[in-house]
Design a protein around this ligand. Structure first.
Ligand code: XUL
Ligand code: CO
Length: 446
């Protein structure tokens, strides 16, 4: 079977990436990701559900605020529809060669925006047909799609939260078309990242009204999606800032409160991006745990930020610690469900060899595969869980148990304190647990 679709190979000289194990010297091989290897009751590929992001891998050309593109995509300069077909071919060739089962895209990543609503709709319908054929040919599936409601100047003051109803309606036309495309492609999820849903100054902003509009907009999208047969999960992707100074979907806790306040938590879950957690001053694991505790962990944008600067660097994930912690939470949660690990990450501006895109994804996939293996060992050994359990043991019996069951009054607690006298100190043993984590991470394994 050929590993590319269409007539042209976009990554010649690079074949299907295979698993060669941790001792391999071949940079274009997996060291830890062995798709069919079983970990617990699932294969690695079933646990990890990797996805390639259209926008970073096949659209962005390496620009930054100071410089023009450094990557010469072969479709640049072609007629927009011809370019769309080439990009689609490149995406499916890349996903097939890297054994990635999913892809994600914004409407305008894949299809050119037209001059009118109707033209934009037609373009997306045509491209959806192209994508559907390529999905069939390759077996690669749609993890999620979304509408880009932040790049065009009309969205400079927001989309669903724009102070001008005309813009809100324009945004709705994009979401409607994107949902139709999703249903046609059998998408597993549909994402809302509120790129400019927020504000720069309260001097010109009615925050309450804007948030009410956002809730109303999401309800309409949910109702239309369900009406046309979307059975997947709607996802909100929190981010505290950038491009807007303050964004309404600040972090997981904020989004969960919002979803519950508006009764949206039956249809919506969260898509947690590691770099957005960093910007919100939270560890990646914190955001995942907040979602898991609420039963609303939906999917993950797997990347990393830079702790030394304050913007979204969208680098490929390489931190084993982060991956181990993330995978422990995901495994204990029972897996990602309809979600996956989407590499919302881009190459550095100076990584200009075609193979760099492969190396970046191989690194990210190996990081999470190793994280999965180590998390599984940690959970099976049970030491961390046992420690946490005994730390809370005073709530497992007697008055502690009655307190949890709501059977005690404040006076009862006071009387308990009197009876027990002075409190004995009990160490949290953080350093011991960190040493244990290192011991397990750096244990030799094949
Ligand atoms: C932006 C970001 C987006 C969303 C999809 O920071 O993460 O790419 O994932 O709109
Ligand atoms: Co993202």
């Amino acid at each position: 079977m050929s590993h590319f679709v269409g007539d042209k190979e976009f990554f010649p000289g690079i074949g299907k990436i295979s698993y060669e194990g941790p001792d391999s010297d071949n940079p274009l091989a997996f060291k830890f990701y062995n798709p069919e290897r079983r970990i617990g009751n699932k294969t690695m590929r079933e646990h990890l559900r990797f996805s390639v992001a259209y926008w970073h891998s096949f659209c962005a050309g390496g620009t930054d605020p100071f410089g023009s593109p450094t990557l010469q995509h072969p479709w640049r300069g072609s007629d927009p529809m011809a370019a769309a077909a080439m990009k689609a071919d490149a995406c499916f060739e890349f996903a097939t060669k890297t054994s990635m089962d999913y892809y994600c895209f914004h409407d305008i990543d894949a299809a050119p925006e037209g001059g009118t609503v109707e033209e934009t709709e037609r373009n997306l319908q045509l491209v959806t047909k192209m994508l559907k054929e390529r999905q069939k040919e390759s077996g690669v599936k749609l993890l999620w799609n979304t509408a880009n409601m932040f790049s065009h100047p009309r969205y400079m003051n927001g989309a669903a939260t724009n102070p001008d109803f005309h813009v809100v309606a324009y945004a709705a036309s994009q979401v409607k078309a994107a949902l139709e495309s999703n249903v046609e492609l059998g998408g597993a999820n549909y994402v809302f990242w509120g790129g400019r849903e927020g504000y720069f100054s309260l001097l010109n902003t009615d925050m309450k009204r804007e948030q009410e509009h956002l809730a109303r907009f999401l309800m309409l999208a949910r109702d239309y999606g369900r009406k046309i047969g979307f059975t997947g999960t709607f996802l909100i992707e929190p981010k505290p800032m950038e491009p807007t100074k303050h964004q309404y979907d600040f972090d997981a806790a904020t989004v969960i409160g919002f979803l519950k306040a508006w009764g949206l938590d039956q249809d919506f879950k969260l898509n947690i991006e590691a770099n957005h957690a960093t910007l919100a001053n939270h560890p990646f694991a914190h955001e995942l745990q907040v979602c898991a505790d609420a039963g609303l962990l939906g999917s993950v944008d797997a990347n990393r930020g830079d702790p030394h600067n304050g913007w979204d660097t969208d680098q490929f994930p390489t931190s084993i610690y982060d991956a181990v912690e993330a995978m422990m939470i995901i495994l204990k949660y029972g897996g990602l469900g309809t979600g996956g690990l989407n590499f919302d990450a881009h190459l550095r501006r100076s990584s200009t060899d075609p193979e760099d895109l492969f190396l970046a994804h191989i690194g990210g996939m190996d990081t999470f595969a190793l994280g999965l293996m180590i998390a599984d060992e940690l959970i099976r050994e049970g030491k961390l869980d046992a420690f946490v359990q005994q730390r809370y043991a005073s709530f497992d019996e007697g008055e502690g148990k009655d307190f949890e069951a709501g059977k005690l009054t404040l006076e009862d607690l006071r009387n308990y304190a009197v009876r027990r006298g002075a409190v004995q100190k009990r160490s949290g043993k953080q350093e011991m647990l960190e040493n244990y984590l290192n011991q397990v991470i750096f244990r030799t394994r094949k």
